[in-house]
Design a protein around this ligand. Sequence first.
Ligand code: PMP
Length: 373
Amino acid sequence: MNRPYNFSAGPAAIPEEVLQQAAAEMLDWRGSGMGVMEMSHRGKEFIAIYEQAESDLRELLAVPPEFKILFMQGGGLAQNAIVPLNLSRAATVDFVVTGGWSQKSRKEALKYAAEVRTAASGEDSQFTTLPDPAGWQLSRGASYVHICSNETIHGVEFHELPDLKALGSDAPLVIDFSSHVASRPVDWSRVGLAFGGAQKNIGPAGLTIVIVRDELLGHALPACPSAFDYRVVADHQSMYNTPPTWGIYMAGLTFQWLKRQTEGQGAGTVTGIAAMEQRNIAKARLLYDFIDQSAFYVNKVVPHCRSRMNIPFFLADESRNDAFLAGAKARGLLQLKGHKSVGGMRASIYNAMPLAGVQALVAYMQDFERTAA
Ligand code: PMP
């Protein structure tokens, strides 16, 4: 039986192969007599799961040795506090506000950083475009610069990370990559720290991934809880407290799935994240091209800032929203309702969404437009 296509922004669809493997191993992980949820995090079975997941993620994202990979809890919103607690050094921090998530991050940092400045904002455009880095007002001596590299609600994405050095800043760049982690390669030379919840592209909610440059460890404010001090977490291989073991296991299965993905043939064959990036570009193009040629649907984001993961769109006649969603559900196209703060629709097409799912959505949108005419 084919499962419906699930367009949820997160918690989001997980590759079916991953779910099946987890189901098969649920009662007895590889002859251990235990399910993964029942294992001590310090036992050799779980340590093997953790080490494999960590090394697969490092390989997939080409994370350089001078970065630590931390498996934490608390999601993206907890990182909004944990990052300034660790990195602000009681000084100024800069924010580039490009949508709902960076807005939230900025607000939370006000509690912990001595000064929070907005270096640039896309608010005047209702977050339909990204402010050009050349015009950012970066503070001298800032402890870090925060961006959300993919805004899940507003559907804007930095297709290239800003080069802060070229903009005259020595501050480390912090990226919230919650909603596009593992969808494309990362230029680590431009990054100080990246964080993201797992529940979109990596696995179940409950696991948060932090990838941080060694030199940024060890500067936490005195009030920082030990379990959230990156230095403490890193020194204990993410096991200072009990880590989200099930989330790490599921993420590990997803990393193995990602490693098996290939695209193209012969000399042009790519694997892993590069394969996913090609697929994600093709999926997003299909949907945006369809929306752009239609007068019935609209996406308001300027083309070069459009997210490849989260595609918000509106019906020209919003009185048909409920009918659109009901018809979609009847065709096995789930969770297309837009975020409450912007309304309309949103199709989240993370790694686990196959091209066939986007084709099915476009076919439905065509049919709905025709019958509504
Ligand atoms: N940042 C981004 C870009 C997000 O999309 C989300 C969740 N949708 C968050 C942060 C918040 O993450 P969490 O709910 O895991 O705290």
